[in-house]
Design a protein around this ligand. Structure first.
Ligand code: HEC
Ligand code: HEC
Ligand code: HEC
Ligand code: HEC
Ligand code: HEC
Ligand SMILES: [Ca+2]
Ligand SMILES: [Ca+2]
Ligand SMILES: [Ca+2]
Length: 384
C-alpha cells in the first residue's frame, strides 16, 4: 500500500476512534502524532463531505432500497456503491475488471473507495464499448465511473435485430443513451468512439485543451469535485488563460472559437452554441417523427425515460405528457441514432469544457441525417 493511502487509512481510523472514545469515556485521548497531516486530512474531509460523492441521501445511492433483495445489481454496482467499485477494481480480492457480487445500498463514495491498494495502482479504463485506455494516472479512478453505460454498438445491435428499413418504426423500441455524466467518454471524442458516429464522417479525438488542464484531476479537486485553484495561490485555474473568467459563473461565457455554430445569426459562447445546436436537433427529431413515426416526439431530460409522445401535437412538453405511461416508443433506425446523440450531449452538461467540437460534430451529423424528412436542414449551421 502506498504511504499516503496507509496514512489516510490510519488517520480515518484514528478520527473514528477519537470520536468513539470521546463519546464513551472522559479520558484524555492522545492526538495523532503528525499534526500537519491531521490538519490536511480534516481539510480534505470537509471538502469531500460537501460533495455529491458524499451525498448518501441521493438517488444514485438509494435507487435500489425497495428491491428484494435490497442490493445494487452487478450491472450497476461499479458506480453506485463503494463496495461495488472496490469489487470492480479487485481490491476485495476478487477478479479485477468485473463486478462479481451485488453492491451494498446507501454505500456512497468515501475515502476507502479511492484510497486503497487497487485504486493506487489503477491507471487504465475500459469504456462500455470495450476500448481500453492506459497510462491515465489517478484520473483512471474518475474515468471508471464517468464513462457511462451503453454504446453506439447497442444502437446498431437494436437496429440489426429489428431488421426493418431505415425509416420504418421498430415496434416497441425505447430511447437508448449512454447513461449519466459520462465526461470521460465525451472528452475522449473519436478515440473513445462513444457517440453515434456516422459512416464517412470524421470526428475529433481527445480534447487537447492546454497544459495543465488536460486530465480529470488536473482540473477537478478529487474531494470537493470543483475546479482546482492555481498551485500555490487561490486564483481560479481558468483565469490564467481565460482572462475574462473570474469564477464558476463565467465558465459558460467562454468563447475561443467565435463561430456561429447553431446558425442563429449571433456568435455566442461555446456553451450557448452547443445549447443552440441541441435545440435544432430536438426540432429535427420532432419534424422527423411527425413525418415517419406516426406520433409526435417530445424530450424532457428531467423526467425518466425522457422521450415522450406529444399527445396534443403542439411540439411542447405540455402538462401530463412527461409521464412514464406516455413514453415514446416509435423510433425508426435513423431516429434512434440521432436521439442517442441527443442523450449523449444532454446528459453531460459540461461537454462544452470536456470536448465541445466532438458534440457539435455529432449533433450536426444527426441533424443532417434526419434532414431529408424533418424539414430542418443544416443550412446556416457550422460543423467544426
Ligand atoms: C459507469 C458508471 C455507471 C454505471 C455502470 C451505472 N450508473 Fe447510474 N449513474 C452514474 C452516475 C455518474 C450517475 C449520476 C448522475 C447524476 O447524479 O446526475 C448515475 C445516476 C443514476 C440514477 C439517478 C438518476 C437521477 O435522476 O438522479 C439512477 C436511477 C441510475 N444511475 C441507475 C442505474 C442503473 C439501474 C444502473 C445499472 C443497470 C446504473 N445506473 C449503472 C453512473 C453509472
Ligand atoms: C473520488 C476519489 C476520492 C475520494 C472519495 C477521496 N479521495 Fe483523497 N485523493 C484522491 C486523489 C485522486 C488524490 C490525489 C490528488 C492529486 O494528486 O492531486 C487524493 C489525495 C488525497 C490526499 C493528499 C492531499 C492532497 O490534497 O493531495 C489526502 C490526505 C486525501 N486524499 C485524503 C482523503 C480522505 C480523508 C478522504 C475521505 C474523506 C478522501 N481522500 C476521499 C481521490 C479521492
Ligand atoms: C465509484 C464511482 C465514482 C468515482 C470513482 C468517481 N465518481 Fe464522480 N460521481 C459518481 C456518482 C454516482 C455521482 C453522482 C452522485 C450523486 O448524485 O450524489 C458523481 C458525481 C460527480 C460530479 C458531479 C458533482 C455535482 O455536483 O453535480 C463530479 C464533478 C464528479 N463526480 C467528478 C469526479 C471526479 C473528478 C472523480 C475522480 C477524482 C470522480 N468523480 C470519481 C461516481 C463516481
Ligand atoms: C479543463 C478542465 C476540466 C477537465 C480536464 C475535466 N473537467 Fe470535468 N468539469 C470541468 C468544469 C469546469 C465543470 C463544470 C461545468 C459547469 O458546471 O458548467 C466540469 C463538470 C464535470 C462533471 C459534472 C457535469 C457533467 O457534465 O458531467 C463531471 C462528472 C466531470 N466534470 C468529470 C470529469 C472527468 C471524469 C474528467 C476526466 C475525463 C473531467 N471532468 C475533465 C472542468 C474539467
Ligand atoms: C493553460 C491555459 C488554459 C487554462 C488554464 C484553461 N484553458 Fe480553456 N482553453 C484554452 C485554450 C488554448 C483553448 C482553445 C483550445 C482549442 O480549441 O483547441 C481553450 C478552450 C476552452 C473552451 C472551449 C471554447 C472554444 O470555443 O473552443 C472552454 C469552454 C474552456 N476552455 C474552458 C476552460 C475552463 C472552465 C478552464 C478552467 C477549469 C480552462 N478552460 C482553463 C486554454 C486554457
Ligand atoms: Ca471483481
Ligand atoms: Ca449562435
Ligand atoms: Ca405537447
Amino acid at each position: 500500500m502506498k504511504k499516503k493511502s496507509l496514512f489516510i487509512l490510519i488517520a480515518v481510523i484514528a478520527i473514528a476512534l477519537v470520536a468513539w472514545v470521546g463519546c464513551t469515556t472522559k479520558e484524555e485521548v492522545k492526538e495523532p502524532t503528525d499534526v500537519d497531516q491531521m490538519a490536511l486530512i480534516n481539510e480534505v474531509s470537509a471538502k469531500w463531505a460537501g460533495s455529491a460523492h458524499a451525498d448518501a441521501a441521493s438517488e444514485a445511492f438509494n435507487h435500489w432500497n425497495e428491491d428484494d433483495p435490497a442490493e445494487v445489481p452487478v450491472a450497476c454496482a461499479k458506480c453506485h456503491s463503494s463496495t461495488g467499485f472496490q469489487d470492480y477494481i479487485g481490491n476485495d480480492g476478487s477478479a479485477a475488471g468485473v463486478v462479481d457480487a451485488p453492491g451494498k445500498i446507501i454505500d456512497s463514495i468515501t475515502c476507502a473507495t479511492c484510497h486503497n491498494d487497487a485504486a493506487d495502482n489503477l491507471t487504465s479504463v475500459t469504456l462500455p464499448n470495450g476500448k481500453e485506455f492506459t497510462d491515465l494516472g489517478n484520473s483512471a479512478i474518475c474515468m471508471t465511473c464517468h464513462s457511462g453505460m451503453g454504446s453506439s454498438a447497442a444502437v446498431d445491435a437494436a437496429i440489426t435485430s429489428a431488421s426493418v428499413g431505415e425509416d420504418d418504426v421498430i415496434e416497441g423500441q425505447a430511447l437508448l443513451g449512454v447513461h449519466y455524466l459520462a465526461a470521460a467518454s465525451v472528452q475522449l471524442g473519436a478515440d473513445g468512439g462513444m457517440g453515434y458516429q456516422y459512416e464517412g464522417k470524421s470526428y475529433v479525438g481527445t480534447f487537447k485543451h492546454a497544459e495543465p488542464v488536460n486530465s480529470c484531476t488536473e482540473c477537478h479537486d478529487p474531494h470537493s469535485l470543483h475546479t482546482k485553484e492555481v498551485e500555490g495561490s487561490d486564483a481560479n485555474l481558468c483565469t490564467t488563460c481565460h482572462s475574462d473568467v473570474q469564477s464558476y459563473q463565467d465558465y459558460k461565457k467562454i468563447s475561443m472559437s467565435k463561430v456561429d455554430y447553431d446558425g442563429d445569426g449571433t456568435t455566442e459562447s461555446t456553451f450557448d452554441e452547443i445549447e443552440g445546436m441541441r435545440q435544432v436537433l430536438i426540432k429535427a427529431l420532432q419534424g422527423y417523427a411527425n413525418e415517419k413515426s406516426g406520433v409526435g416526439f417530445i424530450f424532457e431530460p428531467k423526467v425518466y425515460p425522457y422521450a415522450f409522445i406529444d399527445t396534443n401535437g403542439d411540439g411542447e412538453v405540455s402538462e401530463g405528457e412527461a409521464i412514464y405511461p406516455n413514453q415514446f416508443k416509435a423510433f425508426t433506425p435513423r431516429m434512434l441514432k440521432a436521439a442517442y446523440n441527443l442523450m449523449f450531449v444532454t446528459k453531460e452538461p459540461a461537454a462544452y469544457v470536456h470536448n465541445p467540437e466532438y458534440v457539435l460534430q455529432l449533433m450536426y451529423d444527426s441533424i443532417e441525417d434526419l434532414s431529408q424528412f424533418s424539414g430542418v436542414t443544416t443550412e446556416g449551421l457550422v460543423r467544426p
